[in-house]
Design a protein around this ligand. Structure first.
Ligand code: NAD
Length: 302
């Protein structure tokens, strides 16, 4: 199976590639390395294309050369503070880049497309959200990804190509590329600090390990063979910032105190973001890595 992963040198892409390689996929990667790192993946140079998904002609050239059967479209700008500071750049990549990839999928007859969307398409809500819940993004990033979902649905209507839209919740694991909460705590703890500086402490998030995400991508690719369908991908458990710090504390066997730094406190904050993952679980997937087990692999790793 020839599988092309855009954004494959990134945080989630590197875990997905590792899993799919073990499942026998021949992996090709397009990545401009703006956030990702070449060393995260073991893909030969003739299967790695240093290219920008905004480059329409180059996308067609690469697709023509590879003739991929499956495309997993992960390339995006997704760190929300960065997107808020660079609204044009991030929406351009997330929307026009997606149009380019879908156009090449159409031109070169790709058999199945997987699109990485996000929990950020949902509005503020205090309970678990299912895929049927209303969508109402709070920021430019969520809006750009929701547009990507619409583009995928249009693409399916035009071509009949099966599309899997997967709304990722909060990923954690090795190879993190952006200054999210867990790498922020990881860095301070691994730097030897035992009083760490953070922003809001009470919001809860559904943290899912990237290896569980990679397993889910594999299951979805195997099970979904027609139509267009949307799945949440989270663990179905939410943790507060203090829960995460407590987990680091258990792993190092030392107390960790938290100092709230006002400059890090977000003015608009969701208090909950929790996935209802029953639809994905019905396909036979379940998450395997708990928070303590996942955090254990991050302690003393930079
Ligand atoms: N990390 C999360 O918690 C999370 C949550 C929800 C959704 N997502 C989505 O999952 C996908 C992967 O996210 P990630 O956490 O691995 O982020 P990441 O930044 O590590 O990966 C994105 C990859 O895309 C590449 N890229 C960015 N712009 C590009 C361009 N113009 N052309 C070619 N390559 C480009 C980057 O170099 C990077 O390797 C993204 O679509 C993101 O929106 C991630």
């Amino acid at each position: 199976m020839k599988t092309l992963v855009t954004g494959g040198a990134g945080f989630i892409g590197s875990a997905v590639i590792d899993k799919l390689q073990r499942e026998g996929h021949e992996i090709f990667v397009i990545d401009n390395l703006s956030f990702g790192k070449r060393k995260f993946i073991t893909v030969n140079d003739d299967h790695f294309f240093l290219a920008d998904i905004l480059d329409r002609k180059e996308m067609d050239r690469i697709f023509k050369l590879i003739q991929p059967e499956i495309v997993i479209h992960l390339a995006a700008v997704h760190f929300i503070p960065y997107c808020n500071e660079h609204p044009y750049e991030s929406s351009n990549i997330n929307i026009n880049g997606t149009i380019n990839i879908l156009e090449s999928c159409r031109n070169y007859n790709v058999k199945k497309v997987f699109f990485a969307s996000t929990a950020a398409v949902y509005p503020i809500y205090d309970d678990a959200v299912s895929e049927q819940h209303d969508v109402a993004p709070l920021d430019i990033y969520g809006l750009s990804k929701l547009t990507g979902e619409h583009l995928c649905n249009e693409f399916h209507l035009m071509t009949g190509t099966p599309i899997i839209i997967c709304r990722f919740f909060n990923a954690f694991g090795p190879n993190e590329t952006n200054a999210h909460l867990i790498p922020e705590i990881q860095q301070q703890v691994n730097d030897g600090l035992r009083t760490i500086k953070l922003g809001n402490l009470t919001p809860k998030r559904d943290f899912i390990h990237t290896s569980d995400m990679a397993n889910a991508v594999h299951v979805l690719l195997n099970k979904i063979n027609s139509g267009t369908d949307t799945f949440n991908l989270g663990r179905g458990i939410e943790y507060s910032v203090t829960d995460i710090v407590d987990s680091f504390s258990r792993e190092i066997g030392e107390e960790i105190a938290i100092e709230v730094e006002p400059s890090r406190v977000r003015k608009v904050e969701r208090m909950h973001l929790l996935a209802d993952v029953s639809k994905l679980k019905a396909l036979g997937w379940s998450p395997l890595i708990g928070i303590d087990e996942g955090i254990r692999t991050l302690v003393n790793k930079k």
